[in-house]
Design a protein around this ligand. Structure first.
Ligand code: FAD
Length: 403
């Protein structure tokens, strides 16, 4: 997987590897610009909610685990908590201290009046050193949410501490490879591919921005890290491509909605030029999404038990979003929350919102700013992983040529 370009159809999509490869560099460049704009760089997040599933001391002693929060006065007033608290949350279905979801959501959202602002550009996702039992337990709990057909559909059914299996990282409960099991229903395979693709993408970033030299504080790509974590398991890399297509399909669906979305910060001195730039970059990304976002969401959740299965899928994904409060490293928890919210937003767009709902005039508050920030940043993360995979392929070829 590291040496060769992937070819042929990306499983369960109508897109092939070559087509996505052809546009990814362009996509990455536009997304890279987009995530630096004021609208997309500030994310409000509550990093200090208790882990609801087990006792997690939440202490990562590594300096790289830290997150620097932004000064609230740097955030345009329109997006600040004080203004947001005046906005009635649309159809909030259930609220727990500090978080809530609406019926259509695939994740718990942090209450936007709690937590703090983080400038995502200033806190990049990269190697932090977070590992061991804590990280292994989070990943295994996330993969355990792949058990469909076993849980009754009670609201907020979180596994009790006794139910969460706590494997040693070596005794794997992971179901890797099961996506090729033809006996599984499509929805379960898709669920697994999403999680595995997200995991592989996070692993790729860890290898892409790895600590080369601790004393010098030097960062850079680490080929052997990528080979061992991702490339020796081709299906992991394939799942990143899958996630990218899924996100692009969601983006192409909300293109017209986004074109009318209010991206202004309310600062009259700078708004016109920044808004124009943001809209232009967003428009370019949407155009690319329309050519490669070929995922047919209508083949999922059909048949007799469609609604039950969809509710179950949603509930599992919501549990994953709560598991993020158990990640014992602030930086990893931040990016875990961003990316789970980003994927959950894509799932909501694909499986919950019809064309009528996506009318920006009739439904201007359908997607909150935090959901869009998470969505675009997550797409940027996936696109960067594909960019990094290409770099690693070239690096490997250059090494081969030398030998
Ligand atoms: P892990 O990545 O912990 O994987 C555990 C097991 O899962 C593997 O042994 C394998 O059996 C299986 N597995 C691995 N990849 C896949 C896949 N793609 N599909 C299916 N199965 C797979 N660390 C950082 O340095 N920076 C971060 O920003 C960061 N963010 C994180 C965010 C979250 C939400 C979590 C849970 C962890 C994060 N970590 C981060 C930690 C990191 O993901 C690893 O857990 C850690 O580096 C230890 O890696 P590992 O080699 O033990 O395997």
């Amino acid at each position: 997987a590291c040496r060769q370009q992937l070819t042929g159809p990306i499983e369960t999509t109508n897109c092939d590897y070559e087509t996505l490869e052809d546009v990814n560099e362009q996509l990455y460049t536009h997304l890279h610009d987009l995530v630096t704009t004021p609208f997309f760089r500030y994310f409000r997040v509550d990093l200090y909610r208790e882990c609801p599933y087990w006792q997690e001391n939440g202490l990562c002693m590594n300096r790289e685990c830290g997150v620097t929060s932004a000064d609230e006065s740097d955030i345009p007033e329109k997006w600040r908590a004080a203004s947001l608290s005046k906005v009635q949350l649309p159809h909030a279905s259930l609220s727990l201290p500090g978080c809530y979801y609406r019926d259509s959501d695939f994740c718990f959202l942090d209450d936007q009046t709690e937590g703090e602002y983080v400038d995502l550009v200033q806190n990049p996702e990269r190697f932090t050193g977070y590992a061991g039992v804590s990280a292994g337990r989070v990943w295994s709990s996330i993969y355990n949410e792949n058990c469909f057909g076993q849980s009754e559909l009670s609201l907020l059914k979180a596994p009790s501490p006794a139910e969460v299996s706590l494997p040693e990282p070596s005794t794997s409960v992971f179901v890797e490879g099961s996506d090729s099991d033809g006996g599984q229903c499509l929805e379960k395979r898709v669920y697994y591919r999403i999680i595995s693709g997200l995991h592989a993408s996070i692993s790729t970033h860890i290898c892409w921005e790895n600590m080369k030299d601790q004393t010098q504080g030097e960062w850079g790509p680490d080929l052997s890290c990528f080979v061992s974590r991702v490339a020796t398991h081709p299906e992991r890399l394939q799942n990143i491509y899958f996630n990218t297509v899924l996100m692009l399909r969601a983006l192409s669906r909300i293109g017209p909605y986004l074109a009318k979305y209010d991206l202004c910060s309310g600062d009259h001195d700078t708004d016109a030029s920044i808004e124009e730039f943001t809209k232009r970059e967003l428009g370019s990304v949407v155009d690319l999404a329309q050519t490669v976002g070929k995922f047919d969401e209508s083949v999922l959740f059909r048949g007799e038990n469609a609604l039950v299965l969809k509710e179950e899928f949603k509930q599992h994904f919501r549990n994953v979003s709560r598991i993020m409060d158990c990640v014992g490293c602030d930086k990893c928890r931040l990016w875990g929350k961003v990316q789970v919210t980003g994927v959950a937003t894509a799932l909501k767009i694909l499986f919950e919102l019809d064309e009528k709902a996506l009318d920006p005039i009739a439904n201007p508050n359908l997607l909150q700013r935090s959901e869009l920030v998470a969505f675009i940043n997550t797409l940027h993360r996936f696109s960067e992983s594909l960019h990094a995979a290409n770099y690693f392929r070239k690096d490997w070829a250059a090494m081969d040529a030398k030998q």
